[in-house]
Design a protein around this ligand. Structure first.
Ligand code: FEO
Length: 183
């Protein structure tokens, strides 16, 4: 008996997304190594943690496909982009990566809507929320660097930024969670 509860198209879309999350993990790992090598230990630590988070996302897709009777397929991982030339390029790259990923997540939401696959639609809402957080986090990186002076930042302000990011939270507070008492 066929127990698969996903269409073939949906199974492939979710499996492809599992692979995209692994690729994102590699990209952030590569950026982390670049930052580490440049001496930005705190920024590297932040990027390594983010790489791990992307891997966790990948596992979520894997488990969901398996739980729905499908079988995800692990593909070759594309090479990460070349090393950034500066911290600005690095943080811009993180933001661009997140926006691209959001586009891919939205495509799966669209597909679930078209197929009236409400289980997948519901599963995907966690990722819709997560992408808001991740985009906010990436925007905050860009803002923090801008405040520190961007590519003309002094060693002292970069030192402070590096220390701050080492301890930065992995999640950004969201507008949905704000209240009058806790804006
Ligand atoms: Fe898994 Fe950064 O999205």
């Amino acid at each position: 008996m066929n127990t698969k509860r996903l269409s073939d198209t949906m199974e492939k879309a979710l499996s492809d997304q599992m692979n995209k999350e692994i690729a994102a993990s590699h990209t952030f790992l590569s950026y982390g190594i670049w930052a580490d090598d440049k001496g930005y230990k705190g920024i590297a630590n932040f990027l390594y943690r983010h790489a791990q988070e992307e891997r966790n996302h990948s596992i979520k897709f894997m488990e969901y496909v398996l739980n729905r009777g499908g079988k995800p397929k692990v593909n070759a991982i594309p090479a990460p982009p070349k090393d950034p030339e500066s911290l600005t390029e690095c943080f811009d790259g993180v933001f661009k990566h997140e926006v691209d990923n959001t586009t891919s997540i939205y495509k799966i939401v669209d597909l679930s809507f078209e197929e009236k696959d409400w289980a997948t639609w519901n599963f995907m809402q966690w990722f819709v929320q997560e992408q808001i957080e991740e985009e906010t986090l990436a925007m905050n990186l860009i803002d923090d660097l801008k405040i520190a002076g961007g590519d003309r930042a002094t060693d002292e302000s970069l030192f402070t930024l590096d220390k701050t990011l080492e301890k930065a939270k992995d999640d950004a507070p969201l507008a949905q969670e704000a209240t009058g008492a806790n804006p």
